[in-house]
Design a protein around this ligand. Structure first.
Ligand code: MCA
Ligand code: AMP
Length: 500
């Protein structure tokens, strides 16, 4: 990835690469700025040799220039989530053991203390990116680690997913072919930049293809509608929760505004949804408003994108299409590969699939079959040639607003609060969030239970989207004959009408 991405950028020097809050930047400016910044990261060395560099930078030009600088210096990039509290950031620093953190001044408060406690130097973006000399930059192969993205699993705390430059190149090439990317594309980006969706599907795909990526610092439905209304955006990608919010805003707008917004959206060539199941009513409503049948696709941090509806041809509501170029996909049940009409676990193989979980050889080995297929933990069925996702094998992995969270990780935090004897976290089906994170709590005998203090406690320790939206105090948790908590019965506690 590294070398070819740079060669491709060099051939597009004068084209606009990034439109961001800081201004408009060409490919040549990106090459120049990242070369100077890479030289600073190297500090006289010839190669970072895969040293991890964490960066905590809002979606912006600075983010992109820093990402490229880390790669050009031979480093392994670890983007940190801007919404995370210091406790979550500290976890990543302890796990990734970076040699440095690059921080945007607006986020310095969150990271300065935890980095100092670990004696990790913090470089601020204005210092990293100010003009200066460029040294010779290292040459290395595509098997060099490029990214480490943290993802929740069924065991323990989040794991670092290590993807090489070759993995990223395979992911981007598949999307280029499947979705018809060209240098004339102009894409809007407001998704967080510590996930594959924002980083690979949007930012890197645009930069690989010489297209323009327009970065909004955060998601605000009105800003997205107004950008779409100008008719310049050719490609748009988001999670179902975002489409649901855009629909809500459109519904509440004046008729003239609605008309202008819809006309702008129609000028787009392609709109895509993913990261969580797209409810069919959202697909239908969006089609009425924008004239676009959303292209739904399926992916995962470990594999990039695996399945996609077609650019041309039928996009079947409720289905995620067929394997992307370069990706082998099969369904397996009880160790046997199953055919059309029978459900099974999705397993995938191909050059886009990640290298390893960072410093977790056992989990890495367990995630693959002996012949190299990655077990996704998602279940699906093929009907008339297209895949339909049936959900996760584990009830403890939830998707809220496109964010994957582990119920067990949240439970561990809630149990550490004085006054909580036991708890169970579940995802309750919700039209806005997909899974709404809810917690049933058993108070310790003789203790007064204060839900507000518990919420504040959780907010200090967990990413905001992991903090349960609803807390329910119960005398006991529902259990089966073996004494194990039955999560479906816990879920029913939050949806009494459906269970009665
Ligand atoms: C924010 N909040 C959430 C979430 N996001 N609650 C549950 N789930 C969420 N995802 C809470 C905040 O804590 C806050 O709570 C309140 O909602 C408002 O926060 P705000 O920051 O204003 O929210 P927002 O900006 O409107 O964010 C909602 C969002 C965002 C736009 C849907 O979550 C988002 O961009 N999600 C996409 C994530 C993504 O890119 N996923 C891809 C990963 P309070 O008021 O109590 O403080 S999956 C992936 O990469 C794979 C490969 C794939 O297939 O794509
Ligand atoms: P993450 O680990 O955050 O990369 O999320 C990947 C997970 O999101 C997958 O394992 C699926 O469970 C889910 N996912 C992604 N796209 C879809 C989709 N189109 N429909 C249903 N689930 C999806």
């Amino acid at each position: 990835m590294s070398l070819e991405l740079l060669d491709r950028a060099a051939g597009r020097g004068a084209r606009v690469a990034i439109i961001a809050p800081e201004g408009v930047f060409t490919y040549q400016e990106l090459l120049d700025a990242s070369s100077v910044a890479a030289t600073r990261l190297l500090a006289g060395r010839d190669d970072l040799r895969s040293a991890r560099i964490c960066y905590l930078i809002p979606p912006s030009w600075d983010y992109v220039a820093c990402q490229w600088a880390v790669w050009r210096a031979g480093g392994h990039g670890v983007p940190l989530a801007t919404s995370h509290p210091p406790a979550e950031l500290a976890y990543v620093l302890d796990d990734a053991e970076p040699e440095a953190v690059v921080a945007h001044p607006s986020l310095l408060d969150k990271i300065e203390g935890v980095a100092a406690e670990r004696r990790i130097p913090v470089l601020q973006t204005p210092a990293l990116l100010r003009p200066g000399p460029s040294a010779d930059l290292p040459d290395f192969g595509e098997d060099r680690p490029a990214l480490m993205l943290y993802t929740s699993g069924t065991t323990g705390r989040p794991k670092g997913v290590v993807s090489s430059h070759g993995n990223l190149r395979a992911q981007v090439e598949a999307l280029t072919t499947a979705w018809g990317w060209t240098a004339n594309d102009h894409i809007l980006l407001h998704l967080p930049l510590h996930h594959v969706h924002g980083i690979v599907n949007i930012l890197l795909s645009a930069l690989w293809n010489g297209a323009t990526c327009e970065i909004l610092p955060r998601f605000r439905p009105v800003d997205v509608w107004e950008r779409l209304a100008r008719g310049e955006v050719s490609l748009y990608m988001a999670v179902p929760t975002v489409y649901q919010r855009l629909i809500q805003w459109w519904d509440e707008a004046e008729p003239r505004t609605r008309e202008a917004w819809s006309a702008g959206a129609r000028a787009c060539r392609l709109m895509i949804s993913g990261s969580a199941a797209l409810p069919v009513p959202i697909l239908q409503r969006w089609e009425t408003i924008s004239g676009h049948r959303l292209l739904e696709r399926y992916g995962m941090t470990e594999i990039g994108m695996g399945l996609s509806n077609p650019l041309e041809g039928e996009r079947r509501p409720g289905f995620v299409g067929r394997p992307l170029p370069g990706m082998e996909v099969r369904l397996v049940e009880d160790g046997e590969v199953v055919g059309e009409g029978t459900s099974g676990e999705i397993q995938v193989r191909g050059p886009a699939v990640f290298e390893s979980y960072w410093r977790r050889p056992r989990e890495t080995a367990e995630a693959f079959t002996d012949d190299g297929w990655f077990r996704t933990g998602d279940r699906a069925v093929v009907e008339d040639g297209a895949y339909r996702i049936l959900g996760r094998s584990s009830v403890d992995i939830l998707k809220t607003g496109g964010e994957k969270v582990s119920a067990l990780e949240i439970e561990d935090v809630l149990r550490s609060f004085e006054g909580v004897a036991d708890c169970a976290v579940v995802g309750v089906s919700d039209p806005a969030w997909g899974d709404r994170v809810c917690a049933a709590l058993v108070p310790r005998r003789g203790t007064d239970f204060d839900v507000d203090s518990l919420r504040a406690f959780a907010k200090d320790r967990l990413a905001p989207y992991k903090v349960p939206k609803d807390f329910l105090v119960v005398a006991d948790l529902p259990r089966n004959a073996m004494g194990k908590v039955t999560k479906p019965a816990v879920r029913d506690l939050f949806t009494p009408d459906e269970s009665s």
